[in-house]
Design a protein around this ligand. Sequence first.
Ligand code: NAD
Length: 475
Amino acid sequence: MGILRKEKMRTVNSSTAGDRHFEVFNPYTNEVIGTCPKASLDDIAGAFRTAKNYKASLSRAERSQILRKTADILVSRRQEIAELITAESGLCLKDSTYEVGRAYDVFHLASSIVLKDDGEIFSCDITPHGKKRRIYTQRDPLLNAISAITPFNHPLNQVAHKVAPSIATNNRMVLKPSEKTPLTALVLADVLYEAGLPREMFQVVTGDPREIADALLTDPNIDLITFTGGVSVGKYISAHMGYRRAVLELGGNDPLIVMEDADIEEAATLAVAGSYKNSGQRCTAVKRMIVVESVADKFVELLLEKTKKIKYGDPMDPEMDMGTVIDEALAKYCEDKVNDAVAHGAKLLYGNIRKGALYSPTVVDHVPFDCDLVRIETFGPVSPVIRVKNIDEAIRVSNSTAYGLSSGVCTNRLDYVTRFVKELEVGTVNVREVPGYRIEMSPFGGIKDSGLGYKEGVIEAMKCFTNVKTYSLPW
Ligand code: NAD
């Protein structure tokens, strides 16, 4: 990237954050690519006060126009923004370019959805003791601000999924992006301002979570916390946030289940796409492959063949299919968990090679269903195969972890499909698709340790970011 970005926070009062800064690294080169301010507690309080005191009054047409313009600017600057995502996250250019496209979809869809009023009307004369009245509903923005906290794995799209519905509902949001990937969020704020968004409606603070996290949860001017990240931080938030609404989108440990009747070629293609895209760092990445024994040898053969074709290395090289994971610590974690699985009887078939934050696509077979590699979320490009006897065992193994985000099932049998939809303890079942398949407006989120509160997806988030008010009139 060359130039060092010396960033400021995107708040309304610019006298923020003195001269305390933290550094942002390129995970592939280890170079410092930027610095961001470390917000003080006063900075955080000031941002929420400004947000709370601002009365947003954009018409639906104005909100739609801002969202549409944001989508258009993102696409016109696609290459530059993708390179920034790649520089701070180590995701390869193919992944980061795709991410800009997804963010376009989020803003583009939100710009249409905002034009539709979802108010309801209830006639009151529908029972013998009814009255000639009508009850109407409307959705109002929250009285106070929204606090948004995002993870590193999609530096742009995670933020888009929070800010687009916030703008669509005339709310005011203060965002703290991951300290590992804050630069893209700051650029997105600039794009939104250029598209006409009043600064008070979206401010970005940066800093050290050990200093400012509690203020982002408990400031008196916060009505709602929308958080995407790991389970442990999510549980910390639910224990400390007090009397306010929260959306917690947490980790996943999603299975791809392959039954004996499946198209094994298709299943292996889905397995590879689900396992290595975004360097395996998606909440809905395929983290366990649960395969019926009778087809497991064939599946593993194809999985290996397709894995060997994945080109990984310099994330800025447009030919690469995979870049690094976020840092060396995560790469080392993946390596340790694979070694641990092997110590518990698994067979390493390919990969488990690490250089700094670069970790190879890795295939491990005969993985015991209860070893750490597959019991706890492994956020990296590992394909662990767990062999099972039949559908009963597949469902039991799938449900055996604390997570419940999404799933993919490879079968054409309707009796299997109906059992999976009914019995898998997850938020989503995708038949003959990766667990991560969705569109940006459909409801998305997990159960158990994978999520609490409302779902995400533009439409659900718009409901959650509003208070329903009813009013009634004589009729
Ligand atoms: P993380 O939980 O470590 O951090 C997420 C955010 O929380 C960061 O901005 C961090 O600064 C902040 N934070 C840290 N301590 C905090 C505290 N005490 N209070 C409030 N905020 C605090 O997660 P990560 O490592 O950045 O992201 C990876 C995780 O996110 C994975 O577990 C992944 O599955 C999950 N994720 C979930 C979804 C989903 O929609 N369910 C989507 C993407 C990622």
